[in-house]
Design a protein around this ligand. Structure first.
Ligand code: AMP
Length: 400
């Protein structure tokens, strides 16, 4: 059964078609600048491996984008399926499921309503995700659809981990609490780590470091998430590409007063103009540029990378305490999978846990790497995340 995986943003739509039985990727692509000038669709047939095709074409809305995706998938020359009947189900990535969704669900009218209800918790993301659902519903009316939530995996966190120490009415009235994000990745990578370690998932204490442009750490104890670094929104926790991560909340009012900004404007700076981008004196939010800067002796690039790695190490220390130990640490996402430099810096703080880095393995690139030595007290891996495959698996499990 083929699954179409859709990840819809406000002006973009990423898609993949995966054969759920063989888990083979058949096609993937991206629609960009939806609703703007210069919209384009990038499409790759992964069966023929004929490379990327990019077509600039008007896309006034997401429905048009989905129709172009379906056309590309069924196209006589470049398509990977004969007709739309060959798509058994559609899996949608939904950013925020609030407290309503603790696992993936088949999309019904009630589910759509419930996703709308929690949209004020993710005003930039959930409405865009819903537009993707609407567009698919209109063009593929009989095909079952599944919602896979970024927050669901973290719903097992205990109260003591998810409650903020603020008036209880904020939680009771507005659902202000920690939710966590990147759940599909944390779930996929923690399971994969147990598989590689050859130990039962239920018996392991695992820390997953999802280090991408957005970054978060999670503590997974016995197969259940017990803590994670992102909060009500993805702003909390690690230093990220352009997000500040943890800070004293009083800074918001202080800067608003100094610069005549509203709270919303300051929070926008904390989301879009902070993180390693700010610390590197606006050199870049991309670690490839920052590593070059470090090698050239740029002080601020070094500061940005040092502060980033230090924060990750502090979270690993905190989560080791939270679980009273750690068996496995897994690095994943753009930086976690591709930066031996950052991994070495983070692990440099963790000698006290008996972690020993295998420097030679750490320099390699592969979907799965064990970067700790055989006699290391904790097994440390680099594992390529695959959120789309995780969404396809969830979708298949609910619709087969
Ligand atoms: P993601 O959000 O998971 O796609 O990760 C994107 C980030 O990964 C980029 O902003 C880069 O900072 C980082 N990245 C990707 N490739 C490399 C690389 N070869 N070396 C260091 N960082 C990388």
């Amino acid at each position: 059964m083929n699954i179409l995986v859709i990840n819809c943003g406000s002006s973009s739509l990423k898609f993949q078609v995966i054969d759920a039985e063989t888990e083979k990727l058949l096609a993937k692509g991206l629609c960009e600048r939806i609703g703007m000038d210069g919209a384009s669709i990038t499409y790759e047939n992964k069966v023929s491996n004929s490379g990327k095709e990019v077509n600039e074409t008007p896309m006034p809305d997401h429905k048009k984008a989905v129709s172009l995706v379906l056309e590309a998938l069924t196209n006589e020359k470049t398509g990977v399926i004969g007709s739309l009947d060959e798509i058994g189900a559609v899996g949608h990535r939904i950013v925020h499921g609030g407290e309503k969704f603790t696992s993936s669900v088949i999309i019904t009218d009630d589910v759509i309503e419930a996703i709308k209800e929690v949209s004020d918790l993710a005003p930039l993301h959930n409405p865009a995700n819903l537009i993707g659902i609407d567009a698919c519903k209109a063009l593929m009316p009989g095909t079952p659809m599944v919602a896979v939530f970024d927050t669901a995996f973290h719903q097992t966190m205990p109260e003591k981990a998810y409650m903020y120490a603020v008036p209880l009415s904020y939680y009771k009235d507005y659902k202000v609490r920690r939710y966590g994000f990147h759940g599909t990745s944390h779930s996929y990578v923690s399971k994969k780590a147990a598989e590689i370690a050859g130990k039962p998932y239920e018996s392991l204490k695992t820390i997953v470091c999802h280090l991408g442009n957005g970054a978060s750490v999670s503590a997974v104890c016995g197969g259940k998430c017990v803590d994670t670094s992102m909060g009500l929104t993805p702003l909390e926790g690690l230093i990220m590409g352009t997000r500040s991560g943890d800070l004293d909340p009083a800074i918001v009012e202080f800067i608003a007063g100094k610069e005549g900004k509203t709270a919303a404007e300051v929070v926008s700076v904390l989301n879009k103009k902070s993180g390693v981008f700010a610390l590197s004196n606006e050199l870049s939010s991309d670690f490839r540029d920052l590593e070059k800067g470090c090698n050239n002796g740029d002080h601020y690039a070094q500061l940005a990378v040092d502060a980033f790695a230090y924060r990750v190490a502090k979270y690993i220390g905190a989560y080791t305490a939270a679980m009273n130990g750690v068996d496995v640490i897994a690095f994943t996402a753009g930086i976690g999978e591709n930066s031996p430099f950052v991994r070495e810096k983070v692990l440099g703080y963790l000698g006290y846990l008996g972690i020993k880095l295998d420097k030679e393995e750490n320099e390699k690139r592969a979907d799965v790497l064990r970067i700790s030595t055989k006699d290391s007290a904790v097994a440390v891996y680099s594992i390529a995340t695959n959120e789309e495959l995780a969404i396809a698996r969830e979708t298949y499990a609910l619709t087969k």
